[in-house]
Design a protein around this ligand. Structure first.
Ligand code: 13P
Ligand code: SF4
Length: 361
């Protein structure tokens, strides 16, 4: 990844990113009219109505100038913003052209018509977009938006698993680097993991890198599953005892979990699914009280469309997803950086794994 300053000079060195983001806001302020503005808040009231239960009006007056600037620049650059369901409401409702879970984002990335994809999510999602649309420019507003699962395994780790279980196919979660995807037989997401595992022509299947997703799939699968011991730092924090305590104090509470949670937590849940699965379940069932055992922005993003549902806390924040902000999106569109690149040889092999998943989905 290369970062350039406003004059096109290449920036290098370990502190470059921090210095870069410190200067970013000051520079943007001189180039765009980004002062908090009640007038701009009024101009964008149709957008604000989608989040007025969760975003205070004064806060929207601060966001609105960015939303206007981003939406204008997006058109000039012929860019599309693909945003994950964990983005904050001002991104999710304010500037995203398409929102979804990992599978939906990958499917969309394979078919965008615009020249530029701005990936509002984490790095592996941007890499997946680049793998599926290598001819497009893919931007990620903060290259440090990583993922504890993607960081937990390398291609060597996959090779170790293959050596330990010769002949067993490797199903890797999309929450992995391009190198790991390239070293795997097929990818999966939280919404299709069981289907992908069941489709393997082997009684023994290796799943990487999420130990809990693997165990949750194993509980429903006819296959024997061996797995890598990675985990999501957001979902592993929930405990089954906490959920039992919440349910005892709120007997009507519906508990909805993501499959990156432990099997004990999943066993306590009324429903388990991908972020899209969770949104669909709550939208269809409209429980009086729901606890989303996942990232905090999920409840915030659907609160306004479901006024009859009271969303119970706690939720946990993903520090990687939260690195993406309106300021960084505007900066990214302004500078057309940082661009996500994948080595062509790795990309070709990784694409096979992702494409096999899409074909099976
Ligand atoms: P989904 O595919 O369910 O959106 O999950 C992605 C993710 O990173 C959840 O932590
Ligand atoms: Fe990765 Fe967990 Fe954050 Fe999802 S929530 S991006 S799995 S760290």
């Amino acid at each position: 990844m290369m970062l350039n300053d406003l004059y096109g000079r290449q920036l290098t060195g370990p502190n470059v990113l921090n210095a870069h983001f410190q200067n970013m806001k000051t520079t943007l302020d001189t180039l765009y009219d980004l002062k908090p503005s009640l007038e701009k808040a009024e101009e964008t009231k149709d957008i604000y109505e989608k989040m007025d239960r969760v975003v205070p009006k004064a806060e929207w007056a601060r966001f609105a100038p960015y939303v206007i600037a981003i939406n204008r620049l997006k058109k000039e650059r012929n860019a599309v913003i693909l945003a994950h369901n964990y983005m904050t409401p001002e991104i999710y409702h304010g500037v995203a052209d398409f929102v979804g879970d990992s599978l939906e984002l990958a499917m969309k990335a394979a078919n965008v018509k615009e020249d530029v994809i701005v990936q509002c999510g984490v790095h592996f999602m941007a890499e997946t977009s680049k793998i599926l649309s290598p001819e497009k420019m893919v931007l990620i507003p903060d290259v440090e938006a990583g993922c504890s699962l993607a960081e937990s395994i390398t291609a060597e780790g996959v090779a170790e698993m293959r050596a330990q279980y010769p002949g067993a196919p490797v199903v890797s979660y999309v929450n992995t680097t391009a190198e790991v995807k390239a070293a795997s037989d097929v990818c999966c997401t939280s919404s299709n993991a069981l289907k992908i595992v069941e489709a393997q022509d082997s009684d023994l299947v290796i799943m990487t890198p999420d130990q809990f997703l693997a165990q949750n799939v194993a509980a429903q699968s006819s296959k024997k599953i061996v797995f890598w011991a990675g985990s999501c730092i957001v979902h592993e924090l929930y405990t089954a005892q906490d959920l039992r305590d919440y349910r005892e104090s709120e007997p009507d509470l519906k508990i909805i979990a993501h499959p990156e949670c432990t099997p004990e937590v999943v066993a306590e849940a009324d429903f388990t699914g991908s972020t899209r699965g969770i949104i669909n379940w709550v939208t269809e069932n409209k429980p009086a009280k729901a606890m989303l055992v996942t990232e905090c922005s999920m409840a915030a993003n659907i609160s306004d469309s479901l006024p009859e549902v009271e969303f119970a806390k706690p939720c946990n924040m993903c520090p990687y997803m939260k690195k993406i902000s309106l300021e960084k999106i505007l900066w990214s569109l302004h500078t057309m950086e940082p661009q996500v690149e994948v080595d062509p040889e790795i990309s070709k092999r990784a694409r096979l794994s992702v494409q096999r998943m899409l074909d099976l989905s």
